[in-house]
Each structure stands twice: as C-alpha cells, then as structure tokens.
Design a protein around this ligand. Structure first.
Ligand SMILES: [Zn+2]
Length: 64
C-alpha cells in the first residue's frame, strides 16, 4: 500500500511520536492508527474523520 517508515515521526492522526507506521499522502500514520483505519468501515464517521485529516494534510503540507 505504502512504504514503511523506520525513523521516529509524529503521527498525523494521534499526534504521537511513533517509530513504526506508513506514509500516506505524504503524511506519517502510525501502525496503530493504520490498523484502526483498516478496521473502520467507510460508512463509519470515524473513517470520514481519517479521510478529512489526510486530505487536509495533503493540501497544507508543502515540501521544498
Ligand atoms: Zn497514530
């Protein structure tokens, strides 16, 4: 799905510093939040929350 990250980064969902996770839309998501996303149904409000977060990150993050 996406490449693994090995360095410590701030998870864009829970805002905690985590070592393991993936990068989606240039945003780091920790393994725990990734699992939560996977187990959440698209109809679920929680899922929409994740999608919104990711879209917001994608729009505001700029890499030089
Ligand atoms: Zn997280």
């Amino acid at each position: 799905m996406s490449k693994q990250s090995t360095t410590r980064q701030i998870c864009q969902i829970c805002q905690k510093e985590k070592k393991e996770g993936i990068v989606i839309y240039q945003a780091f998501i920790c393994s725990e939040c990734e699992q939560e996303m996977i187990m959440t149904e698209p109809e679920d409000e929680r899922y929409q929350y994740f999608v919104k977060k990711l879209k917001a990150i994608n729009q505001t993050t700029q890499y030089s």
